[in-house]
Design a binder for this molecule. Sequence first.
Ligand code: AMP
Length: 212
Amino acid sequence: MSFNTLGLRPELLRAVADEGYTEPTPVQVQAIPVILKGGDVMAGAQTGTGKTAGFALPILERLMQQPVPEGRRPVRVLVLTPTRELAVQVSESMRVYGKHLPLRSTVVYGGVNINPQTDELRRGVDVIVATPGRLLDHAEQKHVDLSKVQVLVLDEADRMLDMGFIPDVRRIIRLLPKQRQNLLFSATLSTEIRMLAHDFLRQPVMIQVAPQ
Ligand code: AMP
């Protein structure tokens, strides 16, 4: 299996090659085509499986298939993560895979000064990677408008559940359009996670891969 047959544009293939990836991992083989078609996904995949590229690459491809938005960029992709560390990692991956594309992304998390994040948000970004609490602060203070979000990713959903973030996630989801693509990634697919998926996803394609 090669990256070339997955339907990703040359700029993304170049970024992948720059990273030294020669072939897609199992979660990438399964998730990329579904996400490119606009479908919802529920994936049982741990960190280390290549899940981040599994959602970042097709999301970036889909953003590029749309006309460049006029004026200030609306937030079109929202990735929620349980921790600041994961938010930073995912945001760095978005930057690396999108480095040959004219897209903007930013990361917001709590425990640091809010003002630099506010400035970034006000400039307009295509992709936000965020922890739930700080994103809600920004939304409540009208630093960010989430009403144009097309894709929601819940990364490490099981940890979000364990850390008590689901009420915040539900509050954020109420700020999003009803019509959107939803992607849920979780190390485990417990009954609780499946119930959450039932609330948040529409007819998801189920993907489960073994740890790498
Ligand atoms: P993740 O599971 O997204 O945290 O990714 C784990 C690690 O795998 C990261 O360091 C990625 O850079 C790397 N990776 C992702 N996709 C591939 C691939 N297709 N080939 C080799 N390494 C990869």
